[in-house]
Write a protein that binds this ligand. Structure first.
Ligand SMILES: Cc1cc2nc3c(=O)[nH]c(=O)nc-3n(C[C@H](O)[C@H](O)[C@H](O)COP(=O)(O)OP(=O)(O)OC[C@H]3O[C@@H](n4cnc5c(N)ncnc54)[C@H](O)[C@@H]3O)c2cc1C
Length: 435
């Protein structure tokens, strides 16, 4: 009988998994179920769901290093991880309407002027461009559909029975179930709650995690131009190993840089994206100042509590010492936030850890002398590292359910290339099984 592979989540991980299977003449039936919309109907404000998931409206930067974007080499080693990254990047180019416009930035040396305050992570980044992602999504979708992949859109999986191998959703008042032989679980950040619920229901063993929290920093681009010329997506970092704390600038956007409000667990947090088209140019720079804190008991609950304390009227908050106003989104409205007149709420939310963020900004003032108070911060930016279920490293299957594979942000990824590569890695093992 034909093997049935069900993929929950048409995000970067799920789509790359399906593509690897199709490209290799997989004989089973692939069904992809997503709570969002197909790329022809997905709206720009649907940031997290639909074809290519959060990657579909991201800023389209494909990082190319195993220390960036979550974990992969832990499972498969450095060399294999790089090979999997190559496959993901090739896919984005392959479905790109203008692949010749995909460029790679590859900084080679740390500039002296940032020393001794910061280190700079050096690694290549492929720039796909947010505006093209949508077109990529359409081409990719058409390819998979024409090769027999079945998509079920606007369908939220409510439960999964790992013991009897079926996923369950609601249609009106009726429950609908779909049997699987193999299940790829790639629900991304928008499905973190769901993943956590399943982990609790099945008492899945997990790996310890750190807290990742901070702010989205925004300022006119000219203050940072000297560094942008060295590294477009610069990653400044500071480490305080004795305190279990490290900080890094995260996901830098320039030229046409927009701050995006994300909704996770009903709370607002911030991220950013960059447009490529000149009409969107605003000459701004934004990046996360993200702090990794190790050794916090129940890091997930701690982060959620902190995020809740940074909400006012169902919005996140914004502070600028020079009273800059929050910027506009690429759709023309203002970024959803409440303006406050100090960083006090950040101290209330994360205690003295906020000092590290204030110091990071202070040190940027020393390194970028024109910056002064010409900046604003959106609070919070957060990366929820949900309790990571323990998987078998050679195929990312759950240690207790060998036909269930966790991939992407639902496992340990935090970026497009790593998520896609994890999906590809799982597909390779499914293909091997079929031989
Ligand atoms: C604004 C923004 C900008 C970003 N920019 C970058 C960037 O430039 N570079 C980078 O590397 N990363 C970036 N990221 C992160 C990146 O997009 C994610 O790491 C990546 O998309 C994760 O892939 P995934 O497949 O695990 O999940 P996703 O791509 O998030 O896909 C998960 C899918 O699962 C679906 N889903 C969730 N729950 C259910 C359910 N119960 N039933 C059915 N479907 C469900 C969702 O609808 C979604 O389509 C950005 C993220 C955001 C939000």
């Amino acid at each position: 009988m034909q093997e049935k592979t069900v993929i929950v989540g048409a995000g970067v991980a799920g789509i790359n998994a399906a593509t690897k299977l199709i490209d290799n003449n997989y004989q089973g039936k692939i069904t992809i179920i997503d709570m969002g919309k197909d790329p022809y109907n997905r709206l720009p404000e649907e940031v997290m769901t639909g074809m290519l998931g959060a990657g579909g409206w991201s800023d389209g930067k494909l990082t190319y290093h195993t220390s960036i974007g979550g974990q992969l080499s832990k499972y498969c080693g450095e060399e294999k991880a790089m090979e999997l990254f190559d496959q993901v990047i090739t896919n984005f180019k392959r479905f790109h309407p203008k692949p010749e416009e995909v460029q790679c930035s590859d900084p080679q040396a740390e500039p002296d002027f940032i020393k001794p305050y910061f280190g700079l992570r050096l690694f290549p980044v492929w720039h796909v461009g947010t505006d093209y992602l949508h077109e990529i999504g359409k081409n990719w979708y058409d390819y998979l559909k024409s090769n027999g992949v079945k998509f079920i859109w606007e369908t939220k999986i409510e439960d999964i029975n790992f013991e009897e191998n079926y996923v369950l959703w609601k249609k009106g008042l009726a429950n609908v179930s779909q049997y699987y032989d193999k299940l790829i679980f790639g629900v991304g950040k928008s499905g973190i709650d769901f993943g956590k619920k399943l982990a609790e229901k099945y008492d899945l063993p997990t790996e310890p995690k750190s807290v990742q929290i901070g702010v989205r920093f925004e300022a006119p681009q000219h203050h940072f131009q000297k560094l942008i010329d060295v590294s477009y997506d610069f990653k400044l970092y500071q480490k305080f190993e004795d305190k279990g704390v490290s900080l890094r600038s995260f996901c830098t956007n320039n030229n046409a840089a927009y701050v995006a409000a994300e909704h996770t667990y009903g709370d607002v947090s911030y991220n950013g994206h960059a447009k490529k088209d000149e009409v969107y140019r605003n000459d701004m720079t934004n990046f996360g100042i993200l702090m990794e804190i190790k050794g916090i008991d129940k890091p997930f609950d701690w982060s959620r509590e902190a995020v809740k304390k940074l909400q006012i009227n169902e919005k996140g908050i914004y502070f600028s010492p020079s009273k800059r106003v929050p910027s506009k989104t690429s759709e023309g409205g203002y970024v959803k936030c409440v303006v406050v007149d100090s960083m006090d709420l950040l101290y209330d939310a994360i205690g003295d850890y906020a000092l590290h963020i204030a110091d990071f900004i202070g040190d940027m003032n020393k390194v970028f002398p024109t910056l002064g108070n010409d900046w604003g911060i959106y609070m919070p930016e957060v990366k929820y590292l949900s309790p990571e279920p323990l998987v078998k490293y050679d195929d990312l299957s759950l240690t207790r359910f060998p036909n269930v594979y966790f991939v992407g942000d639902a496992l340990s990824a935090r970026g497009i290339t790593v998520s896609g590569a994890q999906g590809t890695y799982v597909a390779e093992s499914i293909l091997k099984d079929g031989k």
